[in-house]
Design a protein around this ligand. Structure first.
Ligand SMILES: N[C@@H](CCC(=O)N[C@@H](CS)C(=O)NCC(=O)O)C(=O)O
Length: 108
């Protein structure tokens, strides 16, 4: 009998070799930022946190430096920029185990 042990957080073959950068805003205000932040932290997916605080004003000009939509969260993976929280989670799910449950019934 062959026993195959796979860590739930093991990287899939297409996982990044570079360190992800996750751009977020204030954790106490930006629940959107916390979506990928909590996921990556819980699954031990290594990333560098880049926190840019909200400033006064309707448009967050500081976010334009890294996010095409001037919104957070925004994930940078080498040359790839993913700028929506659910899109980030889907992106990570293609590269890391454990993002979504294996059982389809657990995903309904
Ligand atoms: N649908 C987007 C929403 C992102 C979003 O609205 N983020 C807010 C912070 S929680 C933001 O960046 N607001 C800045 C602004 O609207 O200028 C996502 O899921 O990532």
């Amino acid at each position: 009998m062959i026993l195959l042990l796979i860590s739930p957080t093991a990287k899939l073959p297409e996982a990044s070799l570079t360190m992800y950068q996750l751009h977020i805003a204030n954790k106490n205000y930006s629940s959107w930022s916390l979506r990928p932040w909590v996921l990556m932290t819980a699954l031990d997916i290594p990333f560098t946190e880049q926190l840019t605080p909200f400033s006064a004003g309707a448009v967050q000009n500081a976010f334009k430096a890294f996010s095409p939509t001037a919104k957070v969260p925004c994930l940078v993976d080498d040359n790839q920029v993913v700028w929506d929280s659910l899109a980030i989670i889907e992106y990570l799910a293609e590269r890391h185990r454990g993002v979504w449950p294996e059982a389809s019934t657990a995903r309904t």
